[in-house]
Design a protein around this ligand. Sequence first.
Ligand SMILES: Nc1ncnc2c1ncn2[C@@H]1O[C@H](COP(=O)(O)OP(=O)(O)OP(=O)(O)O)[C@@H](O)[C@H]1O
Length: 219
Amino acid sequence: MAALVSLSGERLGWGEIPVLGDVTLTIEPGERIALLGRSGVGKSTLLAALAQRLAARRVALVPQDHGLVGPLSVFHNVWMGRLDDAGTARNLRILLRPSAQERAQVETVLTRVGLTGMGRRRVAQLSGGQRQRVALARALLRGGEVVLGDEPVSALDPSQAAALLGDLAASFPTSVLALHDVTLARQTATRILGLKGGRIVLDAPVADCPRDRLMDLYA
Ligand SMILES: Nc1ncnc2c1ncn2[C@@H]1O[C@H](COP(=O)(O)OP(=O)(O)OP(=O)(O)O)[C@@H](O)[C@H]1O
């Protein structure tokens, strides 16, 4: 099967400022990759580079800051996951006067993230964990070949986090998720990428990643 994306010896950063060097990485369809490493090591930088390389595919994003529009309703924010499926006129109609079916589609994903009946609430009035779940609902509504998530369950309690990572795994064939919870990464990923000191220092199947080996990434 053809790789989804390949990077070979690349330097990734922002403008002239390098963050990660010598990045060599191939992602195959069906992989569930967890990105691990200390704060500021470059997980978001790698995800941003992957998003760019995967632009021709259908990709759902769950950004670290959620990427929501506070003054708009939960419904509107979730529907944004599908904006590029329709033209401006249809989108305007949906945003102003959604049909019962469109409301039901959004309600279905809201229920999956535990936000049943919250579609009319303004995002600005939600808690941090509720906002994160709106961002997850938007990704679930969008669907696609790949989900890229930057700490997508960091604001949720452990059982909710595990359940929603399970839902992402069931909904997207391939995932690349930056996670800070090593246990959750070992439970949900098939492959671990560990970043340290400006490099990928670990790239291995999860079966070869005992907890101690992963904790070295934070030493
Ligand atoms: N949009 C951006 N523009 C410029 N520099 C950035 C941007 N995003 C991140 N950086 C810089 O890139 C470096 C790596 O940051 P990055 O956000 O990729 O790390 P991270 O591993 O995701 O961190 P965290 O776990 O804290 O989210 C940092 O020095 C950061 O200041």
